[in-house]
Design a protein around this ligand. Structure first.
Ligand SMILES: [Zn+2]
Length: 184
C-alpha cells in the first residue's frame, strides 16, 4: 500500500541522513557543522567545490550550482526517481514502514465523505424543486420567478459551505409565500 511521501521522508531520516551517506562515501569526516568536500557529481573536483551543512542536512556545489538533501543525493547517485529513491532507502536500511498510515485509505475516506455531501446537496435541491412545482400556480408570478432564480443560483453557484444555510432560507421563504397564498 502506498504511504504519504512526507511521512516516509521523515521516517527514513530517522534512520539515515545525508551526513551518514557522505561519511560512507568518504567525502566528509562529519565532525564539524559545515565541511567542504569534493563534489560527487560534476567529475574531477580537486578544489572541493561542495559544502555540507549539518543544520539542514544538505549540501551545495558552487560548480554545479545545485543543492542536495539526502533524497536528491541518492536519487542522482543511483539515477532514481523520487519514489524509487524512497523505496531504495527503505529497502537498503530495512526501514519498517508498516506503522505509517496507508495513503490509499486516507484518500478513500476523503472521497467517501465528499460523496455523502454531494448526495445531501442533491436531495435538498430536489426537495426545493418539488416545492417550487407545488407553489407555482399559487403564488404571484414575479415571486415565483425570484424563487426560480434563487433555485438556479442554489443549484449551480452557491458554494458548499453556504449551501445548507441558503437552502434553508429559501425553503422558509417559499413556505411562507405558500402559506400567505392560502391565507394561513
Ligand atoms: Zn558539483
Amino acid at each position: 500500500m502506498p504511504k504519504d511521501s512526507e511521512s516516509l521522508k521523515k521516517l527514513i531520516l530517522e534512520h539515515v541522513t545525508l551526513k551518514d551517506i557522505l561519511k560512507d562515501e568518504g567525502k566528509i569526516l562529519g565532525e564539524i557543522s559545515e565541511e567542504q568536500f569534493s563534489c560527487s557529481f560534476h567529475g574531477a573536483d580537486r578544489k572541493k567545490s561542495a559544502r555540507y551543512y549539518e543544520e539542514t542536512d544538505s549540501s551545495y556545489c558552487w560548480t554545479c550550482k545545485k543543492k542536495w538533501d539526502l533524497f536528491a543525493h541518492i536519487g542522482q547517485r543511483e539515477a532514481l526517481s523520487f519514489s524509487e529513491t524512497l523505496r531504495y532507502l527503505i529497502k537498503k536500511y530495512r526501514i519498517d514502514t508498516s506503522k505509517l498510515p496507508d495513503i490509499q485509505g486516507t484518500h478513500q475516506r476523503q472521497k467517501e465523505r465528499k460523496a455523502v455531501k454531494i448526495d445531501e446537496r442533491k436531495i435538498l435541491v430536489a426537495k426545493i424543486e418539488k416545492a417550487l412545482q407545488m407553489v407555482r400556480d399559487d403564488i404571484d408570478f414575479e415571486k415565483y420567478k425570484k424563487f426560480v432564480l434563487a433555485y438556479m443560483y442554489l443549484k449551480y453557484i452557491t458554494p458548499e459551505e453556504k449551501f445548507a444555510e441558503e437552502a434553508q432560507k429559501m425553503r422558509t421563504a417559499m413556505l411562507k409565500c405558500f402559506g400567505d397564498a392560502h391565507g394561513r
